[in-house]
Ligand binder design. Structure first.
Ligand SMILES: [Cu+2]
Length: 152
């Protein structure tokens, strides 16, 4: 009796092996399809560059205009420094003085423009839907924070 129970367990374990391999194979195919779909969703660079959503960065008081923007996945945002001083755009929590000034949806990778001189600009294409809070490194304390909502 006891040995037949063990035999059954071995039989079950053996029958699970090929099935888990099939599951793995399906997972690999699904991942490949997901990557292909993600690549297909990436905007044509020439097209994106010709029609970005523009956010101006100004000095007195330092702010993003508009402060809140709603876009679609694949849209590119271009921040233009229209002021006389340095500004930046960052979702990097490591660089934020106040953690609540930055947030990203799951799966998004933090971006940081570095310092943008007057007249300079920075562009970023959003590929992960969700809400992004970002800040200007020199002016976070002064309230220079912005929000981008990326819809599917
Ligand atoms: Cu600034």
């Amino acid at each position: 009796m006891a040995s037949s129970a063990i035999d059954r367990r071995i039989a079950v374990a053996a029958s699970h092996k090929p099935r888990s391999r099939i599951v793995l194979r399906i997972a690999i195919v699904a991942a490949a399809v997901a990557v292909a779909a993600a690549l297909a969703m990436l905007p044509d660079p020439a097209k994106a560059a010709s029609n970005p959503v523009v956010i101006k960065m100004a000095d007195k008081p330092p702010f993003y205009a508009p402060e809140k923007v709603a876009i679609k996945v694949g849209d590119t945002v271009q921040w233009v420094n229209a002021g006389q001083t340095i500004h930046s755009v960052s979702t990097s929590a490591a660089n934020a003085q106040n953690a609540s000034d930055t947030s990203m949806p799951k799966g998004a990778v933090a971006f940081d423009s570095g310092f943008i001189p007057p007249g300079g600009d920075y562009s970023y294409t959003f590929t992960v839907p969700g809400t992004y809070r970002y800040f200007c490194l020199p002016h976070e304390k002064a309230g220079m924070v912005g929000m981008i909502v990326v819809k599917k």
